[in-house]
Write a protein that binds this ligand. Structure first.
Ligand code: SF4
Length: 414
């Protein structure tokens, strides 16, 4: 795609119609669970108890499993486990083998194919872990892993080495030790609770953890990373929201990849969190054939904003063992980003990042908008591909009426 290619798409009625379809908020169908009492269906505990976790159960609900899916599901006791809430299962289009919801949660045999550059711990978390369950990679903040369990398991999970314990990682975080480490490190001002999914903890347990963290004077800021509002919006109860609002400033990062995931139920759950004063951001993973598409990503951004969620990051899929079949290219990621910047609300444009393999941290990657720096100007291009110049010398000194303060002979490409 060139820099104007997507603009043409935007003006194309077919592109517009596709966007409008993707942007519709629908209620999740009750599907196979029509007979279930409302009180059960809306109970997060009922949803967890009735997750699809075995091939036998999956085959009953999805009779036309592909051979690759059947083999994948057979292997989940040795790899990342399979679990799908009934609510989320009902977002799958049963007649579409390439359904973007299906591909995110139904295992495939390709998960057993490991490329030479793929590793179990692509972000080097274990090597930056001073105590079990705590990753101290950046100077002023830590990642606090609270559990290895999730409501459902994403087939591209960066922590597939540990979540669900299918590979015998045997994760046993000890909150006392993790909290003690933070107390001993006054430079830590920000804690991100993650896992697994922290919102799987009971309200009581989560509140106990939040209040112990809030008692640490140098902690300014708490965050929770969770996919529960997407997999299990029933968990976002008024009681949970009332508890969370006692621990501000508290931010929540959710994780939605495709506009279909943003249902009426999810929107209402996000609204409950936002009404409790929780700022919300979304982190997506760029996934091949799922959301590496300008219309899909733009519809996702628009729907997130309507749910009061800021699109925050789009991650290039980490080099996780067995994830090649889901990984899109950086080139495609840049094209998708280019189709957002300028073409839609700035609040709707997330930052595209690559988590540098081996533990280098997040590196922002952007389409190139600065074309060149000359002696007396910076050449830039806008979202429509038009080129402009901004007066500034190459040393970063703004031009004055007297002209450039210093001439540099050789033009330099950025
Ligand atoms: S919810 Fe998060 S931690 Fe759990 S499987 Fe998905 S990506 Fe991994």
């Amino acid at each position: 795609m060139d820099s104007t290619g997507d603009l043409a798409d935007s003006r194309d009625p077919a592109f517009h119609d596709r966007m409008e379809t993707l942007k519709r908020f629908r209620s999740a169908d009750r599907g196979y669970w029509r007979e279930v009492a409302d009180s059960d269906w809306h109970s997060w505990r009922w949803q967890l108890q009735h997750r699809i976790t075995t091939l036998k159960h999956l085959e009953r609900l999805l009779p036309h499993l592909t051979p690759a899916e059947r083999q994948g599901a057979e292997l989940t006791s040795k790899k990342l486990a399979m679990a799908i809430t009934p609510y989320f299962f009902n977002l799958i289009n049963l007649n579409d083998e390439d359904c973007p919801i299906r591909r995110q949660v139904i295992p495939r045999v390709e998960e057993t194919h490991t490329a030479s550059w793929e590793v179990p711990d692509p972000c080097g978390e274990d090597s930056h872990s001073p105590v079990e369950g705590l990753v101290h990679r950046y100077p002023d903040r830590v990642l606090f892993l609270v559990t290895d369990r999730c409501a459902a398991y994403c087939r591209y999970c960066t922590r597939s080495r540990m979540v669900s314990n299918a590979t015998g990682y045997d994760f046993h975080p000890r909150f006392d030790k993790q909290i003690e480490y933070i107390k001993q490190h006054p430079e830590v001002r920000d804690v991100l609770l993650s896992g697994g999914d922290p919102l799987l903890l009971s309200d009581r347990k989560l509140e106990s953890l939040l209040s112990r963290l809030r008692d640490i004077p140098h902690l300014e800021f708490l965050r929770i990373g969770t996919r529960i509002p997407i997999f299990l919006p029933q968990r976002i109860t008024p009681e949970l929201c009332a508890m969370l609002r006692r621990y501000h400033p508290l931010f929540i990062s959710v994780h939605a990849n495709h506009p279909t995931e943003l249902t009426v139920e999810v929107k209402e759950a996000m609204e409950r969190l936002a009404d409790a004063g929780v700022p919300l951001g979304n982190q997506s993973v760029l996934l091949q054939g799922i959301n590496d598409d300008p219309a899909v990503m733009r519809a996702l951004s628009h729907k997130l904003l309507m749910c009061r969620v800021k699109p925050y990051y789009v991650y290039q899929c980490d080099l996780i063992a067995g994830s090649s079949h889901l990984r899109s290219s950086v080139r495609r990621g840049l094209e998708v980003m280019e189709s957002l910047r300028g073409h839609t609300t700035g609040y709707g444009v997330p930052q595209y990042v690559i988590d540098a393999p081996g533990g280098g941290g997040k590196v922002p990657v952007n389409p190139e908008y600065v074309l060149r720096r000359d002696n007396d100007r910076v050449l830039i291009r806008n979202f429509e591909g038009e080129v402009f110049e901004y007066p500034e010398d190459r040393n970063g000194i703004p031009q004055s009426i007297a002209g450039p303060s210093q001439k540099i002979e050789e033009p330099e490409l950025v």
